[in-house]
Design a protein around this ligand. Structure first.
Ligand code: FMN
Length: 189
């Protein structure tokens, strides 16, 4: 069994992120993939302040000063793979997502990740930015990625109504993330 976390990438009160995350969760559950469970992991629920730990997380051995980060660490550590739902802010991931990523070290490592981006330019720059960040944490990002258009996949830039054309790609993101997560589980011991 692999547990896949669908990780939100925005904490704005008016964020569109939750709609995209729910859509990916529904799609994943409808695929009825054997040996895989999915859940939304909302970074907003962890209320992480701007990173201020004394020790770089890569050297912290999963022991942190703050209560919020300890809770965040335990959640991320309990998962076998991730699907990140990322908006694009000035050609990168949001500061909230980068902050949440920076908080942890080996909790992320030797796992697989899929990326679903969105934005006025499809979130492609944010997706590439996220791939670079994740590679530094030994996370294997799968090839297919979601790229939703703020102007055509969201009615009035508010309500998520994804075009049919995305179906096959999102399915590939989910299935490949599950397969790679199963494979990578064997090397974590
Ligand atoms: C500060 C800021 C910068 C943005 N920069 C980009 C950008 O570089 N490229 C892009 O495609 N969209 C950009 N956008 C549009 C966002 O992708 C869009 O507002 C999206 O809804 C944000 O995600 P959220 O609603 O989940 O927070 C930007 C939005 C904000 C608030």
């Amino acid at each position: 069994m692999v547990k896949i976390g669908i990780v939100t990438g925005s904490t704005r009160d008016a964020r569109l992120n939750g709609q995209v995350a729910e859509y990916v969760l529904q799609k994943a559950q409808n695929l009825n993939i054997e040996g895989a469970e999915f859940e939304i992991v909302d970074i907003k629920d962890y209320d992480l302040p701007i990173f201020n730990e004394a020790m770089p997380p890569a050297m912290a051995n999963k022991q942190y000063e703050g209560e919020e980060n300890q809770r965040w660490s335990e959640k991320i550590d309990s998962l076998d793979g991730y699907i990140y739902i990322t908006p694009e802010y000035n050609k990168a991931v949001s500061p909230a997502l980068k902050n949440a990523l920076d908080y942890l070290g080996s909790e992320w490592s030797d796992k697989a990740a899929g990326i679903v981006g969105y934005g006025s330019t499809l979130g492609v720059a944010a997706t590439l930015n996220l791939r670079t960040i994740l590679s530094n944490m030994n996370v294997a990002t799968v090839g297919p990625f979601g790229a939703f258009n703020l102007f055509t996949d969201f009615e009035e830039m508010t309500t998520f109504r994804p075009a049919e054309v995305h179906n096959a790609t999102i399915q590939a993101v989910i299935e490949t993330t599950v397969n790679w997560s199963k494979g990578l589980k064997s090397i974590r011991g």
